[in-house]
Design a protein around this ligand. Sequence first.
Ligand SMILES: NC(=O)C1=CN([C@@H]2O[C@H](COP(=O)(O)OP(=O)(O)OC[C@H]3O[C@@H](n4cnc5c(N)ncnc54)[C@H](OP(=O)(O)O)[C@@H]3O)[C@@H](O)[C@H]2O)C=CC1
Ligand SMILES: CC(=O)[C@@H](O)[C@H](O)COP(=O)(O)O
Ligand SMILES: [Mn+2]
Length: 383
Amino acid sequence: MRNISLLGASGSIGIQTIDVIRQHPEHFQLVAFSVGKNIEIVHELLNEFTPKIISVQSRNDYETLKFQYAAKNIRFVYGEEGLIEVAVAQEADVLVNAVMGSVGLEPTLHAIELGRVIALANKETLVTAGHIVMEAAKKYNATILPVDSEHSAIFQCLQGEKEKNVQSIILTASGGSFRDKSREDLKGVTRNEALNHPNWSMGAKITIDSATMMNKGLEVIEAHWLFNTSYENIQVVLHRESVIHSMIEFHDTSVIAQLGTPDMRVPIQYALTFPDRLPHPTGKRLNFTEIGKLHFEKMDFNRFLCLQYAFDAGKAGGTMPTVLNASNEVAVEAFLTGKIDFLTIEQLIESAMARHSLQINPDLYTIKEVDKETRQFVRSLLD
Ligand SMILES: NC(=O)C1=CN([C@@H]2O[C@H](COP(=O)(O)OP(=O)(O)OC[C@H]3O[C@@H](n4cnc5c(N)ncnc54)[C@H](OP(=O)(O)O)[C@@H]3O)[C@@H](O)[C@H]2O)C=CC1
Ligand SMILES: CC(=O)[C@@H](O)[C@H](O)COP(=O)(O)O
Ligand SMILES: [Mn+2]
């Protein structure tokens, strides 16, 4: 039995994690979870599970829940401290971090300090402070298992292989909602069009990231840290079917790929069962004769500027990925709330990166300051 604490239980990955737990009650137990503002899901989960700790975003919701469930043996907590409490829940063997954004960084670091196993979906954690996270994981002997589909694919391809034999990582990109539109076409696109991903059903922020190609950019930086690979050895190829989730090329020219239908419950479950596997009773099997053909296209960095910005930020290192991530989080939020149009997302990120004075090897305090200051700068451009 693996006891699971889950950050972001009300989100797309969170709900699918609950599905995995539900499919294997003899293997997994939910012992702690967090939501943000979606309190309805707390009531639903309490009809089914018996967690010891629950975190919500606001103090108001915390007070209400504490009163409503006074008869139950549950500790309610709230805010960023609450996320940390869930992350370090004493009863948990594994933390699934499926919160959205760099708010996931400190809970991850606290779980790392306890030498925990962390199934990491929250890619912003590695983008904003990859060097701190990976160093801490080594120091405290914590295990970080990828949940992001591409990184899970790479991780699966690497099983039984030696790092020294890897030539390059090949990340596949679906191209997102606007893959067939020119930059000219992008001028008039709407929020709803952007949220219509061709292959995956995901949370709003990552779906917009996918449409700008920033998602792949964040994944390049995520891969750099998880697999200790230089940016020169990370390639991105446009693969519209999302059947190959990513590949590894070895020095001997051999390529190993991981394939499957687009279903995040597969990488989530793999992170929870690793090094073992369990069946996925409701999963759809790949039917190669139905698929017929798979397509691959060269990535156009002039069309997808955010991918170029992410490579630039990753190669610059230091505080630049923090600026990339923070400016992107604010810009995407502004697009989702109708304050800016789609192409302004890129412009805001470019402006934030252009004005930033790079600091090398930043500590956590510096990362937090740069994150805050970048958000303030981008918000000032929105006024
Ligand atoms: N969805 C997917 O298929 C994939 C997602 N990922 C990554 O996983 C992470 C989660 O993505 P996804 O599930 O799509 O996102 P969602 O937007 O669907 O869910 C985000 C979760 O985080 C919570 N949350 C957001 N902000 C805060 C906050 N300030 N404090 C506390 N809780 C907060 C939300 O709470 P609430 O809604 O209650 O307010 C929700 O539970 C992201 O980093 C994403 O890039 C990676 C690969 C695939
Ligand atoms: C499911 C998953 O891991 C997402 O990150 C997905 O990869 C998005 O697809 P694209 O960014 O390739 O459009
Ligand atoms: Mn992904």
